[in-house]
Each structure stands twice: as C-alpha cells, then as structure tokens.
Design a protein around this ligand. Structure first.
Ligand code: SAM
Length: 350
C-alpha cells in the first residue's frame, strides 16, 4: 500500500515495526468505524424524520459489509458500531455480529470493540443472541421516560414498554452497562432530565444526554433548540449534587457525572456547545456502502463502487486511505457558513 501523506503518515511518525494506523491530515488516528446496515427505521421520531419518507438508500448484502469492515480493521480500526436506520430490522444481523467478532485488531490482536445502536423496539428477543454472537456493547436510544411523551416522539403506540423490555433483556444478557441515549430539544423533552436521572439510578443504566444537531429531515434546528451542557448540569443539580467523573479514555465524547451518593451515571455529549472534532476518531459507512468522513460532510465516497467494479482488497484499502485524507477539520454548526450535510442522521447512521 502506498504511503500517502496524511493517511498512514510516515514510518518515523508511526514507529518502526508499529502496525499501521489510519491517521488523517490533522494527525487524528481513525480507529472507530460506524456502519449503517439499513436505511429503514420502524420509528418516525419527530425530531429526526418527516414521517412521510421511508428508506431513501439501498442496503447491501451482509457479506459486503463484512468484507469492507475486515479491510478497515486491517487498516487499524478497533471499534465497530452497527447502526442504521434501525439495525435490528435487518435479517442476518446475529450472523454478521458472529463474523465480526472473529476479527482481530492489528495493534493488539484483540477482538474488536463491537457495539450496536438501536431504538430497542425489537431488542427483547435479540439481546441474548447478539451477546452470544459476540456483541460487546449496546446503546439504546430513548428520548423520554414518560410513556405518553415517548409514544408522541416515536409516533409508535406502546413504544416505551417495548424499549424498556429491550433494555432489561440486554441487561439480563450481560450487555452491561447498557447506555441509554437521549437527544434533548428545548420545550420538547427537557422536562425529562430529572426523570432520566432517576431512571439511570433505578435501572442501572448509563444515561447520556446528547445535544440536538442540524441533521434532521425537516428544518427544526435553531441554536435556541439546543440545551447546552451547563443547563443540563443545573437541572441535575436541582435534583441532587452531581460529581464529575474522570473520562474513560482520551477520545471519550461524553462528560461523565454521578451523584453525591455515587449512584447512577449520566454522560453529556455536547457536539454543538463543546465540539470535540479535534479528537474525532470516527469514519462512517452508509447502508449503500458510501464512506462519510464527517456527519456534516457535503458528499459521500463510493467505497462499494470500488468493490462492484471488481476491485481487490488492496484497491479498497487504497480508496479508504485516499478518503481518510479528505476528512474535514471540524463542523461549522451555528456559524454563518454552515451548510446542511448532504444526508440526514437516519440516512447516515448515528
Ligand atoms: N435507529 C437507531 C437508534 O434509534 O438508535 C440507530 C439510528 S438513529 C439515527 C441514531 C441516533 O441518532 C439516535 O440516538 C437518535 O436519537 C440520534 N439522532 C437523530 N437525529 C439527531 C439529531 N438531529 N441530533 C442528534 N442526534 C440525533
């Protein structure tokens, strides 16, 4: 493989004999791959989708995702997160996880950190098979703990009960700690913050609040719709004193808190008010096999096209190298020159 500036760096930079790691031109190591395996979703969350449009992009045979991920892993990817659309809708998911669990990282020879993001609606019956197949971590998206509010957000009656059952099944299966992600929007679900804190403590899950980003199908986002981190902390403090926890790793995106009695963990992910682009280690693959170098990219890079044209593994790797070199320095949310990305969250894979 060629040594392109800004991707693998030089041998001197990486250390003689060190396994190759993808490094972009801003010297960020790219170790984290998110793969959308379907563009379909069984929820129509009001802040994410219009409710009228379904899938817009195709999905690939599982074998094609597996091949692309294998090549990425040979290039230094260590964390793989399956997402969508809704990944639990995809037949063959458990078998894909089983195959991905056989891959080993080039740096340590250890299995991948293999995670899944889901809305949890179909999780009750799938949690145990996924764990058995080798899934290491799960994140369940849940934007309210009040069942009525949750059903209004998802536009699916009974959704809260289904997701809660999914979370408990994941815990029983040993996918602990289950992370529960909540996207906060002003005047919409910010009244749920304290209830989520109680939920984290009662259910033994890690709740993470995420700032709303301009990635929706409709144009709802305004700077005022974002609940900044300090406001979330103030609401938590109104319930109980909070204590800051140290980060789990240098690239961790969540600022972590617990309460004065050590019970319950809350993370706050603030891509808008405290952007972490400088530490970004991510790259994304869409359901139709396109690489996205940033959530806010203006275009995709057709990796699957290289495979369709009969490209070898070396050709695929070369394309990945060239694409990583194009990774953006940062997003421009809230700035006058901000342009909406060419795809919305559900069609990228969150
Ligand atoms: N269906 C799966 C799920 O619900 O987790 C995976 C795909 S979903 C698009 C991934 C995550 O993106 C969800 O947690 C969702 O809440 C989040 N999300 C969607 N639109 C967002 C936005 N505009 N800003 C921040 N997060 C968003």
């Amino acid at each position: 493989m060629s040594q392109l500036p800004g991707t693998y760096g030089t041998v001197e930079e990486q250390g003689v004999g060190a396994p190759a790691v993808l490094i972009d031109r801003y010297n960020r190591a790219i170790t984290d791959l998110r793969v959308s395996i379907t563009d379909r979703c069984n929820y129509r969350c009001v802040y994410c989708r219009t409710g009228n449009e379904g899938a817009q992009y195709s999905e690939l045979p599982m074998a094609d995702y597996l091949r692309m991920v294998r090549i990425f892993v040979e290039m230094g990817i260590e964390k793989v997160r399956l997402t969508g659309g809704e990944p639990l809708l995809r037949k063959g998911l458990v078998e894909l996880v089983r195959e991905l669990a056989k891959l080993r990282t080039v740096r340590t020879g250890e299995p991948l950190d293999l995670a899944l993001t889901t809305n949890g609606h179909l999780l009750e019956n799938l949690a145990a098979p996924l764990k058995e197949a080798g899934l290491t971590r799960i994140t369940v998206s849940m934007d309210a703990v009040d069942p009525g509010t949750f059903a209004r957000i998802t536009r699916v009656p009974g959704s809260f009960e289904r997701v809660a059952a999914g979370i408990r099944a994941a815990q029983r299966a040993g996918l602990n700690p289950v992370k529960v992600n909540c996207v906060l929007l002003r005047g919409f679900n910010d009244d749920q913050i304290v209830a989520f804190a109680k939920f984290a403590r009662d259910e033994g899950v890690v709740v993470r609040f995420i700032e709303f980003m301009p990635l929706e199908e409709e144009r709802l986002w305004t700077p005022e719709s974002v609940i900044p981190i300090r406001e979330v902390v103030a609401k938590l403090e109104s319930y109980r004193p909070v204590v800051r926890l140290s980060p789990n790793s240098a690239s961790e995106t969540a600022v972590r808190y617990t309460f004065d009695d050590g019970l319950g963990e809350i993370g706050i992910i603030a891509p808008v008010s405290q952007a972490f682009c400088g530490q970004c280690s991510r790259i994304r693959l869409t359901s139709d096999g396109k690489i996205r170098t940033c959530l806010f990219s203006q275009s995709d890079h057709d990796l699957h096209g290289v495979m369709k044209r009969g490209g070898s593994d070396a050709d695929v790797a070369e394309y990945i190298e060239r694409t990583v070199a194009l990774k953006e320095a940062r997003h421009h949310i809230g700035e006058p020159d901000f342009l909406k990305p060419s795809r919305t969250m559900v069609h990228i894979g969150g």
